[in-house]
Design a protein around this ligand. Sequence first.
Ligand SMILES: Nc1ncnc2c1ncn2[C@@H]1O[C@H](COP(=O)(O)OP(=O)(O)OP(=O)(O)O)[C@@H](O)[C@H]1O
Length: 261
Amino acid sequence: MIEIRGLSKSFVGQDGGRVRALREVDLDVAENEFLTVLGPSGCGKTTLLKIVAGLVPADSGEVRVDGVPVLGPGPDRSMVFQNFALLPWATVLDNVAFGLEMRGVGRTEREERARSLIATVGLAGFETKRPAELSGGMQQRVGIARALAVQPRVLLMDEPFGAVDEQTRRLLQEELLSIWEESRLTVVFITHSMEEAVLLGDRVVLMSARPGQIAEIVPVPLERPRSSDVGALERSGEYVEITAYLWDRLRDMHHEHRAAR
Ligand SMILES: Nc1ncnc2c1ncn2[C@@H]1O[C@H](COP(=O)(O)OP(=O)(O)OP(=O)(O)O)[C@@H](O)[C@H]1O
């Protein structure tokens, strides 16, 4: 469904030097797949996601969604950001309905859809609050509802649970899993957590640093649905084994990177 071919991207750093963020990345994401992306800091994960979102142009290569080249942002793809990126002056309801308003959906319909999604993410009753009145976890629930409001086919999530406490993170993981299990969404999810990558993903993409390339793709053959008993899953031998394998690979990559410098 998402085809990424030969994607390269460089930036000019503050010292005027060139930073190669991505080099010749090829990746396919299947329809309804939950793909997680893991890699050392600065390996180009966010850049990759932003190029798929159409927010940043690639230097070379291309991204296609259902065969159509990505030339900019589109209603088929929604992004969820680590720092929530909500409109501070707008209510929860208006934040969630914002994308629909931009697309010209009438007030009654957009408010109806927004209310239903606010309930889905567990925030019924908070429609008139503003972001500053909410906890980080609640703000990210708004971020997820806002992304889902436009009924995208692809959800692009950039470390969405990186800024919330551990307990909230667990709840949000379970909620995201159940939303995804009931939908036909395709998800690309960036994380720093090996555990999160395994818990959520059908496959884990391991990226290596400078320039960012795909080092390996690790399948996660754990049973679905996973939302009902995350605790049991985390105690299973398979889960522990895959997580340990990811750590071995990341540690090797870290040592190789240090040796090459
Ligand atoms: N707009 C920009 N201008 C200059 N350099 C940039 C820009 N955006 C990203 N970079 C550089 O490109 C490289 C990849 O950045 P990117 O944010 O994609 O990595 P990341 O893997 O998401 O990092 P992290 O895990 O720390 O969020 C980094 O070296 C970063 O400093």
